[in-house]
Design a protein around this ligand. Sequence first.
Ligand code: ZN
Ligand code: ZN
Length: 342
Amino acid sequence: MDNTEEDLIRPIFKNGGYQNPFDTYEDTLGQGPLMLKLTRSEDHSNIPNQRELDKTLPVETPDFQKLKNPPESDIQIMWIGHASVLVQMDGLTILADPMFSDRCFPVQFLGPKRYRPPPCKIKDLPHLDAIIISHNHYDHLDPGSVKSLNSKYDDKITWFVASGTKEWMINAGCKNVVELSWWEEAEFPGRPDFKFASVPCQHRCERTLWDSMKALWCSWIVKGPRHSFYFAGDTGYCSGFKQIGRKYGPIDFAAIPIGAYYPSLFMRSMHVDPEEAVKVYEDVKARYALGIHWGTFKLTQEFYLEPPVKLGEELDKKKIDREKFFTLRHGQVHTIGQHIPS
Ligand code: ZN
Ligand code: ZN
């Protein structure tokens, strides 16, 4: 089917709120029996003390020289931790879902606490051009990080957000904010050879008890003159990925979540597990992918080191080279590209 003929899936907007258009979505929040199952399910996370964590999940000091001088023809990336990733390609530096605070919650004395520190401070980050935000949950849109980024970069950066989040960004002091709904595209200011597109995923949005589904969630495509980047954000498995692959694939580099999936009955509508993450990788036609959304905050109950192990097993099962869909250490700067045809 030709891209232009395809019936692209759109979010449902009803009674002032957004809904998932996918039959794979089930509203598990607020379901009594499921909540009971969740509280009865065993917590396997077993996060050890800091000394042990320094061995199993070491945090690297980023190679700032490399970040300051990104390669011209390759894609350079850094995993900051959780869903935060920095991508340098085709002369643009893009930061996705920046989260540098200790807790992902409205107040910093409650809520899920970070068990691995960020590898650097916002003031240490290199020159930035764009920041993409997938949705408004606190582990992806952190007020403290937004504030620090604005004081360092002010009007020199452009923020890309999904529908319904622009007002929050403006109130938080962001100067240049581009708000897009699924399948809408915007050129990067001053770089008409760069396109940012909001694309579908299966998730939800709320920052308080009163604003559930008032804003939209999305994944992002960044298409440069030579390379392309797909940022999945938070998502359950859905039919949107095959459409993204048909419209924008092949994609040179993808960041796909692999953690926060157990108990699956409760989480599967909102978060993919490693097995589904590999399906996303295949559907969007990614050449290389980084596993994100694990190893930083305790959000769910799978063993804290399980996501990359299960990812490796799934890749082996499907005979996909483990180097194609990999994980990094916090702060690790990595180059991909020798094998990417330009
Ligand atoms: Zn979320
Ligand atoms: Zn999340």
